[in-house]
Design a protein around this ligand. Structure first.
Ligand code: X5A
Ligand code: ZN
Length: 686
């Protein structure tokens, strides 16, 4: 079974042919340049030529009527031949909408482009893709245009995928800064479509000013639990707030939901510099969000443009999304990794509201926070200023909007130069014991042959003169070193090495890393293994997922043990990885990761591979996996994960055991002062 490969890009400049013809300060940000500058920037980064171009088509009336009424369709159709006066009058019937004689044509192309993308992905012609469309869709409703949206492209696509392909579970992720109330209304009672949206809300003071955008709108009837709203009650949310919402809300639920297809309502008004959103997420944040979604639904991700009104921010973020869909390694995410109080409050509220519907939240304390006293809120705010600062909170007052926009332009110009890096031609290297097994690895993996014996001896003797005499250890080190060296010199991104003496090899590898000048190495040990390491200076963060209870050792900032019984591993995996390991790893911001797979593992092959996949957002994807025993199935699966040829399949979801959930909860409480991305409840703030 070969996985589909390739990324579709759908764009047609005909969709730039509609625009606002009169003065309207609310609508004048939705301009054709949004598409033009995004596409230009994609060309600039040579991303267009790496994608598979899929042509647009018009959505048919039948397809549009999967979501909209025929009466409404007729209204939109009638605008084609209207003069400006008539167009104005129709527009006034709706909230924040303008019509142009070409609007109907563009809106049909936007629907068709979205459906072309879904067809390409589901048929296996491509693996994933993005459609750059105008007008956007997520606010439009059965009988109404709304918020620049005419036809609900993504909602139509979900209905279409259900009808045409019989899909049973579709996830819609709406990372636009506005609530896609149009999508919520269509699927409120439908358990086959899980709708997730975060949005600027400010206690209902922000457009579209709806009560039903709050966290307690969980869906209705059979659809209860399948509508997830994360309302942001403050502006200035940034990378860490968005990631926290993914770790603590979307991802656990999504992994439990097991979607067959992911549609992204991909609006970038949630990005830095946007005049509507007033948020602070930098473009690489969208790379990380995209990367996490790619671990679900077999990687079948369809991103469809919604909002995004700061042209530079929009186009850089579009590029980061497409680059990630193409499976380039991700830039390190910038900024202090600590969600702000208001974000954590929203996250806690959604988690509490959804506790009845999701196993991953079943041990959650059911404490929504709506009646927090102003006093304690103020106290917590004071604390917030000490612990986490958001750029907008610090922004100078008295600057005009256009000053701000230009400032963001300049910031992004230098920021992108800082974070983008050349991608090594080969992603994954492997050094395996039995070279005869090389053909079992993905063809894109570069198999390492023997290292120069003298070079090796010199390296090893500098570390431990005794070791040079031990033939077996030497051979084992050779594998690890050959791969590590390639990673450090950026000839490959990541790699895998079999080693019969993993603990010695790992100690040696770490020493080598620091000699090379690395500052922080995240070391995850799966299985029972003793590593003699000095863990005081923070240059190593050691996490051990082991079966044997570690006597004496208590968990500390840089040494964390998760004790799991043999059979508990799989069920606890998501709870631990999403709620604990990833947040700690993102808080630590390593330069390199070493995953060591030892004996007596409490994680299976799929779990180890998925862990490897999920960690690839960190350290520019620099991961060394050291595998102690020669188990070709494991090596094969990890090699696939590292090189990105497939995402591991997990099958049915089982809830974590109460015992293990509590262990992780306790660890969270103990360590969230140090590793702030762990925060998903405000109780320790008070
Ligand atoms: C698609 C989108 C925003 C409408 C804002 C109206 N619409 N104030 O971002
Ligand atoms: Zn928007």
């Amino acid at each position: 079974f070969a996985m589909a490969s390739g990324t579709a890009l759908i764009y047609d400049d005909e969709m730039t042919s509609c625009k606002l013809l009169w003065d309207d300060p609310e609508c004048d940000i939705e301009v054709p340049e949004r598409l033009l500058s995004s596409y230009e920037q994609l060309k600039h980064y040579h991303l267009v030529e790496r994608c598979i171009h899929v042509p647009v088509r018009e959505g048919t009336e039948e397809e549009i009527m999967l979501v909209h009424s025929s009466e409404y369709l007729e209204v939109v159709k009638s605008t084609q031949t209207m003069n400006e006066e008539e167009l104005r009058r129709v527009s006034e019937n709706y909230d924040a909408v303008y019509f142009h004689p070409n609007t109907y044509r563009c809106a049909k192309l936007a629907v068709g482009a979205t459906l072309q993308l879904v067809d390409s992905v589901i048929s296996g012609k491509v693996h994933n893709g993005m459609a750059l469309v105008r007008p956007p869709g997520h606010h439009s409703q059965r009988n109404a245009a709304n918020g620049f949206c005419v036809f609900n492209n993504v909602a139509i696509a979900a209905q279409y995928a259900k009808r045409r392909y019989g899909l049973q579970r579709i996830l819609i992720v709406d990372w636009d800064v506005h609530h896609g109330q149009g999508i919520q209304y269509v699927f409120e009672e439908d358990p086959s479509v899980l709708y997730y949206s975060w949005h600027r809300y400010e206690h209902q003071q922000f457009w579209p000013l709806l009560r039903e955008s709050d966290y307690d709108a969980v869906g209705q009837g059979k659809g209860k639990g399948f509508n997830l709203n994360v309302p942001w009650n403050k502006v200035g949310m940034g990378n860490s707030d968005y990631l926290a919402a993914f770790f603590h809300v979307l991802l656990p639920v999504a992994f439990e939901f097991v979607p067959e297809l992911i549609l992204v309502s991909s609006g970038y008004d949630s990005g830095i510099g946007d005049p509507e959103g007033q948020m602070n997420a930098t473009p690489e944040c969208f790379a990380h969000l995209t990367h996490f979604l790619m671990q679900l639904a077999n990687g079948r991700v369809c991103a469809v443009l919604e909002g995004g009104y700061h042209l530079k921010s929009l186009s850089e973020s579009v590029c980061m999304t497409v680059k990630t869909l193409l499976r380039d390694p991700l830039p390190q995410i910038s900024g202090e990794m600590a969600p702000c109080l208001s974000a954590v409050e929203s996250i806690q509220n959604v988690r509490a509201a959804h506790k009845p519907y999701w196993k991953c939240l079943m041990y959650e304390e059911a404490t929504p926070l709506h009646n927090l006293s102003t006093k304690s809120q103020q106290m917590m705010e004071a604390e917030l200023i000490q612990t986490s600062t958001h750029p907008t909170a610090k922004q100078a007052v008295g600057t005009t909007n256009s000053d701000e926009a230009i400032k963001t332009d300049r910031f992004l110009e230098s920021h992108m130069k800082k974070i983008l890096f050349p991608v090594p031609p080969v992603k994954t290297a492997a050094a395996i014991v039995s070279k005869a097994d090389a053909h079992l690895l993905p063809i894109s993996v570069q198999v390492e042959m023997e290292m120069n014996a003298q070079e090796l001896k010199t390296l090893v003797s500098a570390f431990d003169a005794e070791l040079v005499k031990e033939e077996k250890a030497l051979l084992s080190l050779q594998n690890v070193l050959a791969v590590l060296d390639k990673i450090l010199k950026k000839k490959v991104c990541n790699g895998i090495a079999e080693s019969s003496v993993a603990s010695v090899s790992t100690t040696f590898a770490l020493k080598h890393c620091f000699d090379f000048g690395l500052q922080r190495v995240l070391c995850i040990v799966v299985g029972d293994m003793d590593l003699e390491l000095d863990l005081d200076d923070g240059k190593i963060l050691l996490m051990n997922i082991c079966q044997k209870q570690q006597t004496e050792k208590t968990n500390s900032k840089y040494h964390i043990s998760l004790n799991w019984k043999e059979d508990a591993g799989r069920n606890n995996f998501f709870c631990a990885v999403l709620g604990f390991i990833l947040p700690v790893a993102y808080s630590y911001q390593p330069d390199l990761m070493i995953i060591v797979i030892g004996p007596n593992r409490s994680l299976g092959v799929n779990a180890i591979s998925l862990l490897t996949c999920l960690l690839q957002g960190l350290a520019e994807s620099r991961i060394l996996v050291v595998i102690q025993d020669t188990e070709i199935k494991l090596v094969q699966s990890v090699a696939k994960a590292l090189s990105g040829v497939s995402t591991p399949d997990f099958g049915a979801y089982a809830p974590a055991s109460q015992e293990n959930v509590f262990e992780i909860k306790q660890l969270k409480d103990q360590l969230q002062q140090e590793w702030k991305m762990l925060r998903c409840s405000v109780k320790d703030w008070i």
